[in-house]
Design a binder for this molecule. Structure first.
Ligand SMILES: [Ca+2]
Ligand SMILES: [Ca+2]
Ligand SMILES: [Ca+2]
Length: 350
């Protein structure tokens, strides 16, 4: 170590710091199927690769300014409402895998009848199936949902308090088909999420509301951030804004073999299936690898890619003893650029 020059020492210190941050904050490491994406809004310029066109009602304006995403209005509030929705383009969110989305929020508006800043999630196929979480006026974290057929509950959840500032999060559980909403009243010391509502969308499970949205495994969601004001005085910079948008929309995942599945050794053409969900490029190739136990050694799997979007028929190896195994699929576009990687749960060959 004594021969290291100063820049290498700095690099090592930086590397260790990054590792510590990764371990303590739960930030996923590269190579996992779940990719974290987001926007810190710090360069005061809309990233059109990440965000779609604004959907504006009335006098609403969304603008990246002062290192955050600010909502303002161009004048005194419209009689019905003013609002802007901005679509997140980077990912679509699966119905058949878990994911979450979050943003820091500030709302100090005190005029008019209501205002809020938050996240709205809609089914791509059935956009009336929608749910939102927001920081509303007078210090309330609020969530509500619509669509499908109502089964039970009041369809909204609310927490009152003097909360002009905080963070909101929405998490989808693909096993129970339940959305859970959370808030944190001070993102400056990290996120300590408090659950304040849950909504079932497949006919069961919501504490605050349950509907049947009629969705299928292949359905996807899309997320929007929005600012909203109703009859308020002119909304000016610093009154209503979001920051640090983050999401873990799953990019790709291996559907079968499932966790713990027993795969007979030596099987010819055992089906390995996957979804490519929100991969933003065009998948035209898939390469499949397997690993035994915790060896960390990935070998090319023998077999046939039936469809790079969905399936590989695997000629299963024949180890002497039963083995725990994982599969990995690497997705590439027509030019050979790597788009995403998915790793299966552990299963067994015997
Ligand atoms: Ca930007
Ligand atoms: Ca920022
Ligand atoms: Ca906190």
């Amino acid at each position: 170590m004594k021969n290291l020059d100063i820049s290498r020492k700095c690099f090592l210190a930086y590397f260790i710091l990054i590792l510590l941050i990764g371990f303590t904050s739960g930030i996923p490491f590269p190579g996992k199927a779940v990719a974290a994406a987001g926007d810190d809004f710090n360069d005061n310029s809309k990233d059109s690769m990440k965000w779609g066109a604004d959907e504006v009602d009335g006098k609403g304006v969304l603008k990246e300014a002062n290192q955050r995403l600010e909502y303002t209005t161009t004048g005194i509030g419209t009689a019905s409402h003013d609002s802007v929705d901005r679509k997140w383009r980077t990912s679509q969110f699966p119905y058949n895998a878990n994911w979450e989305v979050q943003i820091d929020v500030t709302n100090t508006i005190s005029t008019g009848s209501y205002s809020s800043f938050g996240i709205n999630v809609r089914s791509v196929r059935l956009p009336n199936d929608e749910i939102e979480v927001e920081l509303g006026q007078d210090g309330e974290f609020w969530a509500e949902f619509y669509g499908g057929r109502r089964i039970s509950g009041a369809d909204y959840a609310v927490t009152y308090g003097p909360y002009n500032y905080g963070a909101i999060r929405m998490a989808f559980d693909s096993t129970t088909k339940v959305f859970t909403v959370y808030y944190d009243t001070d993102p400056s010391d990290g996120y300590q999420w408090i659950e304040f509502g849950s909504f079932g969308v497949a006919g069961t499970g919501g504490i605050d509301g349950t509907r049947n949205w009629g969705l299928k495994d292949t359905d996807r969601f899309v997320a929007y951030v929005f600012g909203y004001s109703q009859e308020a005085d002119r909304v000016t910079s610093g009154q209503l804004y979001g920051d640090n948008f983050q999401e873990t929309g799953e990019v790709a995942s291996i559907a079968t073999p499932i966790k713990g599945e027993i795969v007979p050794k030596g099987t010819i053409a055992y089906p390995v299936t996957w979804t490519t969900n929100g991969i933003s490029g065009d998948v035209s190739r898939a390469k499949v690898y397997y690993t035994f136990g915790n060896s960390g050694i990935w070998k090319k799997a023998s077999g046939t890619v039936v469809n790079p979007l969905t399936r590989f028929d695997w000629n299963v190896p024949s180890p002497d003893k039963p083995k725990n195994v994982k599969l990995k699929v690497v997705f590439k576009d027509a030019l050979g650029n790597k788009l995403a990687t998915a790793v299966s749960s552990a299963f067994r060959i015997e």
